[in-house]
Design a binder for this molecule. Sequence first.
Ligand code: IPD
Ligand code: CA
Ligand code: CA
Length: 254
Amino acid sequence: MPISQPLLERIIRNAGEIALTHFRDLKHLNVDKKSPRDFVTAADLAVEDFLKAQLREHYPQYGFWGEEGGQSENQINRWIVDPIDGTHSFSRGQYYWSISVALEIAGEIVEGIVYAPALNDYYCATKGQGAWRNGQSIHVSELDDLNDAMIGTGFACLRSYLENNNLARFCRIAQATTGQRRLGSAAVDICLVADGQLDAFWEQELNLYDVAAGALIAKEAGATVTDFHGNSGIFPKQLLITNGKIFNQLLPLM
Ligand code: IPD
Ligand code: CA
Ligand code: CA
């Protein structure tokens, strides 16, 4: 069983209810653009405000870094929060979006939660204590042939109008695999690798709040977590998560 964190789970599930209230009334949802291809909605802001208030009240010893509101004073031991990962999907009524909450202590991610309310999936991990989905232990897939693999990715690089983007890499890997998915929430994508539903995920130009919680969950589920050159660690600008068995086949294509 996961380490019991009833208070933390209650806070995050309550944040999910706030998100779902907006999700069930999209015609009245206020959607703004942070840049031509980057959205923020009233739901993102409401969820982040709620989480910041609750986590500061119940865990005053930790600082807070939220995607929308930025960083508080204590950034040594801090919560790292993406209030809604997959805002574009959320705003269109699709189910692949999540609330991502990580706890970083002295530079190390020690708690990770990715909650996907519309999917009713609650992924969590505590460092060294395994990975869980809805209280059931999860582990990466056993698939060991890249040709049979189903992989996931995303295109933050196109959001940033980067020349050095993911398109050529995607075409190389798509031709070498059986299935490809771009589901719209990097945090959920990473948890799908942890849960054996995907065999690998990669993306460039993400941010720590997109990936911190998912990367711990994936690592605790037996995944490799590296950059595109195979260096171990959480590199949001170049993140590669695999089930380990196809790592050496995939790395040369990155
Ligand atoms: C986005 C999602 C998407 C990824 C983008 C991210 P946001 O997060 O994770 O899957 O491809 O790069 O920015 O902006 O909806 O929080
Ligand atoms: Ca995000
Ligand atoms: Ca977000």
